[in-house]
Each structure stands twice: as structure tokens, then as C-alpha cells.
Design a protein around this ligand. Structure first.
Ligand SMILES: CCCCCCCC/C=C\CCCCCCCC(=O)N[C@@H](COP(=O)(O)O)[C@H](O)/C=C/CCCCCCCCCCCCC
Length: 216
């Protein structure tokens, strides 16, 4: 039943499985699974209410740009993040210093999600190691301030900060993950965080080697 409520329900196990599929044997990052991981996370975001709509909209927009490349005529060049970077750089398809004729390259679009992945890693690690009465809003803004916020203008930082304030408490937050009792969620986060971290590190090194970490 495409589009049913069941389809839209978030499940941490699903996201974990998707990120497991992200890495090839030689540690290349499969774009298809990377965007599928983000799709799963957006389901979670949507379940938190319309306050997060502007964040979800931006993430979906970026996911869709990458999916269009994946399914486009040059889709075979977009199988992995590594092949995408090589293809776009070899063919001068990336605006390197200021936005020009390639404002929505795969490289710059993925970079935005990549930065958000660092936020996710920091946030989930806090969630995993925190006590029952810890505030998710505080964990979320600490993780945001240490990562993504540096790349956002004042107005986005302000809106994000306001949205964080309405995050549910830790027990309710863990429940929405549809895993089971809190101890089980914590155990699953213990598996998810290192995986997310590995995908992040591999992408970070690739982008650093190619001088792509500041794409406009
Ligand atoms: C395991 C489950 C628990 C955690 C689930 C978290 C679910 C999070 C799902 C999605 C996260 C959203 C990813 C946002 C990508 C943002 C990319 C970005 O930086 N875009 C900005 C720059 O783009 P360009 O203008 O250069 O194209 C854009 O300006 C941003 C706009 C929207 C604001 C983004 C704020 C991000 C805050 C971090 C996410 C908070 C989610 C809280 C939910 C726990």
C-alpha cells in the first residue's frame, strides 16, 4: 500500500539496515542506500510535527536532486559517492568557488547532507549515553552547534533553535523509534552510531582530498 501510514512509520532498525548497506567491500559509499537512509530519517522528522517541516522540506529537496541523478541518463556514474565525485569533477560539473552554472551538482548537494550526518552522529551518541531525564532539545542543539550550525546563516540557526525546543522528552523520543524498551533502543544506537560515523569519515576524507569541503 504505497503512501499508507504504515509506509510512513519510522523504524530505527530499517535505517540501521540501510546504513549497513551503504558501504561496499572496498568502502565506497553507495548513493542509493545513502539517500534511502536519509529518507528513513525524514520519516522520523515528519512524525515530530509540522514545526520541523522546513527542515524536512530541505532534506527531501536534496534527496530528490540526488535521486534524479541516480535515475538519470548518467545514473551509472552516480552509483557511489566516489564515482559521482570523479565524474562531476572530470566533466567540470561542480561550481567550485561560487555558484554558477551548476548550482545543484551532486557534490554540493551531498555535502549538505554529509554535514547533517555529522550532526546526526553527535546527536545519537548523546541520546545513547544520556540519562532518562536528559533533555533532547539540549542534546540536539549541542550537536547542532558543534556541526551544522557553522554552515547556516543566523536566520536558519534561529529557526532551528526554536524547533529544537518542541522536541519530545527522551522517553517519548525513544518510543517513536519503534524498537522496543529503552535498553533495546540504546543497544541499537550502539550499533548505528559507529556505522554512521564510518560513512561520515569516508566521505569526509574523500571531500577533503578533493578540496570539496567548502563548496558554495
Ligand atoms: C535515529 C533517529 C533519531 C534522529 C532522527 C533525526 C531525523 C533527522 C532527519 C533529517 C535531518 C534533516 C537534515 C537537514 C539537512 C540540512 C541540509 C542543510 O544544511 N541545508 C541548508 C543549506 O542548504 P543550501 O541553502 O546550501 O542548499 C539549508 O539552508 C537548511 C535549511 C533547513 C534548516 C536545517 C536545520 C537542520 C537542523 C538539524 C536537524 C534537526 C532535526 C531535529 C530532529 C531530532
Amino acid at each position: 500500500m504505497a503512501g499508507s501510514q504504515e509506509d510512513q512509520k519510522f523504524c530505527l532498525q530499517e535505517v540501521l539496515d540501510t546504513f549497513k548497506l551503504c558501504l561496499s567491500e572496498k568502502k565506497d559509499v553507495y548513493l542509493e542506500h545513502y539517500v534511502a537512509g536519509w529518507r528513513g530519517l525524514v520519516k522520523f522528522l515528519n512524525s515530530l510535527g509540522s514545526v520541523f517541516g522546513f527542515i524536512s522540506k530541505d532534506a527531501v529537496n536534496k534527496i530528490n536532486i540526488l535521486v534524479t541523478y541516480l535515475h538519470g541518463e548518467n545514473g551509472s556514474q552516480y552509483v557511489t559517492v566516489q564515482s559521482m565525485v570523479k565524474y562531476e569533477l572530470d566533466n567540470e560539473l561542480v561550481d567550485l568557488t561560487k555558484r554558477g552554472s551548476h548550482p545543484e551538482s551532486g557534490c554540493r548537494t551531498l555535502l549538505r547532507l554529509h554535514r547533517a550526518l555529522r550532526w546526526l552522529e553527535l546527536f545519537l551518541e548523546r541520546l545513547r549515553t544520556s540519562s532518562e531525564d536528559s533533555k533532547t532539545s539540549v542534546m540536539c542543539s549541542e550537536a547542532y552547534n558543534e556541526s551544522l550550525s557553522q554552515h547556516h546563516p543566523w536566520v536558519v540557526r534561529k529557526a532551528a533553535g526554536m524547533a529544537f525546543c518542541v522536541l519530545p522528552g527522551r522517553p517519548a523520543f525513544l518510543e517513536v523509534m519503534n524498537v522496543g524498551p529503552p535498553e533495546q533502543v540504546v543497544a541499537m544506537l550502539g550499533e548505528a552510531v559507529p556505522l554512521i560515523s564510518e560513512v561520515y569519515q569516508i566521505t569526509e576524507e574523500l571531500y577533503a582530498q578533493q578540496n570539496l569541503l567548502d563548496l558554495p
